[in-house]
Design a protein around this ligand. Structure first.
Ligand SMILES: Nc1ncnc2c1ncn2[C@@H]1O[C@H](COP(=O)(O)OP(=O)(O)O)[C@@H](O)[C@H]1O
Ligand SMILES: [Mg+2]
Length: 412
């Protein structure tokens, strides 16, 4: 006997019944198998539909779980119906039902509904709403509310989407800060430029007086002091001008010892003022590297300012050692290393692989931009070199700029 399995008039299969005897079935049996076939068809169809529903549900659950921001479905009585369990960034929990509780209690820790609750606004207006909140922990959250409508276009729930934008806000603040620093740099360059001419007059006149033996009755050495201090000021001014100049110099043979000297003339005073000793250990036979000197100044300046910051407030004898040296790689390539070592706070291990990221800083916004090391690494790499770091927390750090010696430059 063959009975079609019919679903809405369409055959989805056949029920075959067989017997080895001849003329084994009567009309009664035929009726029975036909009924059986109808039941079977309904069962199969239900099973298929169920599978589809489950899969559809699974897809939605996976969609919500894939989102890293917390999302909640909240009904008109402030009950959380569903959520994707990303509240604390934990990845272990899955989207589940049966999370009992009111949103004001579970999300914001309040016994009563929040003042000027935006959920109510969404129910009343039918349009999405948004608010930025700052948590007591300091984290900044963007909270979005979207109405969920049923077939009759009535709101029956609200989707509550929370986005943690703490990092973004921090970055914006740092961008503003670095723009400010750029402006200060420009102003400093302007001031240096203005000071250049009066400095020339002061030094020139003092030298002239010196040649004539000085004004009668003036103590020895006074004029000499005026001249030498004037010369020092002029050097600082010139270095400041060179440093702040933005132009793209061509690469030229550059001595890292000169770079050290130049940068020190700019900030040695500031560092010494912080009761920090600077020791130099310069290799006098250092080969030149082919480089943009201004950019190397900047790298060294960043190292020194970071070292100064790392030493701040420490009780021990504070010291920075600047050293230059040459070393040869296995392939015969020679490298010039310029290191700045401090006995400061050191770098916590979990910061270590982030310190070169743009905008990563452990200092407060008014002091750190988080750009120093990322810019420095860019400069080192543009010169075919790199930056090496060693640090042990609580004991100090050493940052080394490693640059290749240009073989041709060496011969010349
Ligand atoms: N010598 C150092 N000792 C300890 N930590 C350092 C040192 N140099 C850099 N760091 C760490 O690296 C971070 C990034 O440095 P940097 O890119 O120069 O940005 P910034 O100085 O503006 O914070 C610093 O905030 C600090 O945590
Ligand atoms: Mg820095």
């Amino acid at each position: 006997m063959l009975d079609p399995l019919l679903v809405k008039g369409e055959a989805i299969g056949v029920l075959i019944t067989g017997c080895v005897r001849e003329s084994a079935y009567c009309e009664q049996d035929l009726k029975f198998t036909r009924q059986l076939a109808d039941q079977l068809a309904i069962c199969i169809e239900n099973a298929r539909l169920y599978e589809k529903v489950v899969q559809g549900q699974r897809e939605w659950e996976e969609t919500f779980r894939a989102l890293t921001d917390p999302i909640f479905l909240i009904d008109l009585n402030f009950n959380i119906i569903r959520f994707n369990d990303r509240m604390d960034g934990h990845e272990t929990c899955s989207w589940k039902t049966g999370f009992q509780g009111k949103c004001h209690k579970l999300l914001w820790g309040r016994e009563k509904k929040c003042d000027n609750c935006l959920l109510e606004e969404v129910y009343n207006t039918g349009s999405p709403a948004y608010r930025r909140v700052q948590r007591p922990s300091g984290r900044v959250l963007d909270v979005f509310y979207y109405p969920v409508l049923n077939q009759n276009n009535e709101i029956y729930a609200v989707i509550h989407h929370i986005k943690d934008i703490t990092e973004q806000v921090k970055m914006e603040a740092q961008l503003v800060q670095s723009a400010k620093l750029a402006a200060i740099g420009e102003m400093a360059a302007g001031v240096a430029h203005e000071l250049n001419s009066p400095m020339t007059v002061i030094i020139g006149n003092a030298q002239m007086l010196l040649r004539e033996g000085g004004p009668a009755g003036s103590p020895d050495g006074l004029l000499n002091d005026v001249v030498s201090c004037g010369l020092r000021c002029r050097k600082i001014i010139q270095n400041l001008l060179t440093f702040s100049r933005q132009d793209h110099q061509p690469l030229a043979p550059t001595s890292l010892n000169d770079v050290v000297e130049r940068v020190l003339s700019l900030i040695q005073y500031q560092i010494n003022r912080n009761n920090i000793d600077i020791r130099l250990s310069l290799d006098q036979d250092l080969p030149p590297v082919s480089a943009n000197g201004h950019q190397l100044d900047q790298v060294l300046l960043n190292f020194l300012l970071n070292a100064r910051d790392a030493l701040e407030g420490l009780e021990r004898d504070r010291e920075i050692v600047i050293s230059t040296s040459v070393r040869a790689g296995e392939d015969g390539q020679r490298w010039v290393t310029t290191s700045v070592e401090d006995n400061g706070a050191g770098i916590p291990p979990d910061y270590m692989n982030r310190i070169f990221n743009p905008f990563f800083t452990s200092k407060d916004t008014s002091r750190g931009t988080g750009l120093g090391l990322s810019v420095s690494l860019g400069i080192a790499q543009a010169h075919g070199g790199t930056i090496e770091v060693g640090s042990s927390q609580g004991e100090g750090s050493v940052f080394s700029l490693v640059l290749p010696v240009d073989p041709e430059g060496e011969e010349g």
